[in-house]
Write a protein that binds this ligand. Structure first.
Ligand code: SF4
Length: 232
């Protein structure tokens, strides 16, 4: 296994529409009230000053596959029906975690404690939009690097989606990533702390099936109706 690599990711631009989408707000039939627009612009400005997008990633060798299992170096394995199907011929797995840091979570807590729930809600939506964009940036960067080397990559997948239900495999990802170096850890439920962070894996190899623009959502029984599909 190589040493995990840490990247600072440039702060991405997010749009008001993306923030509304993360809130689940639908303004397709009516315009938001000017007061809502003003408060959202203020919160977006504040969010931009608080996010620190960082990624940590590592390559891990694939040793073999089984039914619903993908075996990794050092005797570790991932348990998901989709993984051996999509990444069964991968030579290695790229494991990556992306976070936007703790400052935005801290500020949300301050708003909640002060009873400013709409500010906390809007800031939470900004954070969701930021982590989604930062993840896209980081994944594109690693994909481009592999493609330049003539390697193929699968679409990103991760524990916690319907095709990979158990979050226990987060422990495998974190074992290899040693993500505490960028301030990440798992809580007792195997959720990443700070909250606005994601972890994904991607198969890498010379002989991978081409899924032609499909994502993990195409293999999920929730399809794109689930709110998570906006976030990763
Ligand atoms: S629809 Fe996509 S984002 Fe939602 S659970 Fe399924 S794979 Fe995950």
């Amino acid at each position: 296994m190589k040493e995990p690599v840490i990247w600072d990711i440039p702060i991405p631009e997010i749009t008001l529409d993306e923030v509304f989408q993360a809130e689940g707000a639908d303004y397709s039939q009516r315009l938001p009230h000017p007061r809502i627009l003003k408060s959202h612009h203020q919160i977006m400005e504040e969010a931009a000053s608080l996010v620190r997008p960082t990624a940590i990633w590592v390559e891990v060798g694939v040793t073999s596959t089984g039914v619903g299992e993908l075996f990794l170096e050092d005797g570790y394995k991932f348990t998901s029906n989709l993984l051996p199907k999509v990444a069964g011929t991968a030579e290695k797995m790229l494991l990556i975690s992306i976070t936007i840091g703790t400052a935005i979570d801290d500020r949300m807590e301050e708003y909640k404690k002060a009873g400013k729930m709409s500010e906390a809600f809007a800031l939470d939506a900004c954070a969701t939009a930021y982590v989604a964009k930062a993840s896209t940036t980081a994944m594109s960067r690693v994909e481009d690097a592999y493609h330049l080397e003539g390697m193929k990559t699968t679409f990103p997948m991760g524990p916690g989606h319907s095709y990979w239900k158990g979050l226990e495999d987060m422990q495998v990802i974190f074992h290899f990533l040693r993500a505490e170096r960028i301030g990440l850890h798992l809580n007792d439920s195997n959720l990443i702390i700070p909250r606005k962070s994601v972890a994904m894996v991607m198969g890498v190899g010379h002989d991978l099936s081409d899924y032609k623009g499909k994502t993990h959502c195409n293999f999920c029984n929730l399809q794109t109706t689930c709110p998570l599909s906006q976030a990763v």
